[in-house]
Design a protein around this ligand. Sequence first.
Ligand SMILES: [Zn+2]
Length: 309
Amino acid sequence: MPTRRTVLSAAAAAAAALAAEGLARGLGGPLAGPLAGALGQPSGGAGGELAVGRSEASASGRPARSAGGGGERLTRARAVADFGGRRPRQWGLRTSGAITSAGPRAVSAGRVVLTFDACGGPAGSGYDAALIGTLRRLRVPATLFLNARWIAANRSQTRELAADPLFKLASHGWRHLPLSVSGRSAYGIRGTGSVAQAYDELTGATPALEAVTGTRVRWFRPGTAYCDEVAAALAHRIGTPVVGFSVNGDAGATFSPAQVASAVGAARPGDIVIAHLNHPAGGTARGYARALPRLLDAGVRFGHLDPRR
Ligand SMILES: [Zn+2]
């Protein structure tokens, strides 16, 4: 059983693995043509202003709710006007504004938050049905961060996951880039290069997600989980705060089942655990199948992130 410090220090290995994954995918340009249209993705400049998705009223038939402090969605032009002059000073996995703890309510409730990323791209668009099956069998809830490319490659699975109240769907971005306003890189992957590009990364998966869930997207995790604090503040303003992690469950799906079981088994109330649902050949599913029953027997509860934290 690793110490907590050991578990946390695995973050670097995971980020490297995620980065390698990103490089393997060849972080090419945005999806183009009809597919981009179907996903409601940013048009890459041709269309100018991108209103972030539809109103909640049109998406779900319910009255619009406010999110992130206001009912109106932040436009790209407003984002550039409000954040364009700010110079970031931080860069990493734990920058100001990134959520890396489930908060005091979760601690007092004995609750751990499980999160799983689906990164998308040629090397990352698999679906770990065994992992999802384990969560369902044990009635363990989880927040699933889906990338726009993964959604495009897994339409029926996305609908199934959206229809299951056990899961909440959140955004893992559009092109799976580190979230920067100045082109900072993480493990060799160049991040978004401006506020406008960060905005596109933050909002690119939103229409596809909201089309299947009928609810507003609440959370965002960047590709590689790296961000700067200006981009994190932008994410807050958009209404999708950046969610990091405190326990690395599978190191970018590179851990063996035993390593996964050990890392996840060390989770304590208030932790946010990161792992992946897009690598069915990895050790993630078998590791969780070992760790979760033990944690449940020990009295650990699982839940979603609380917006009030
Ligand atoms: Zn990812």
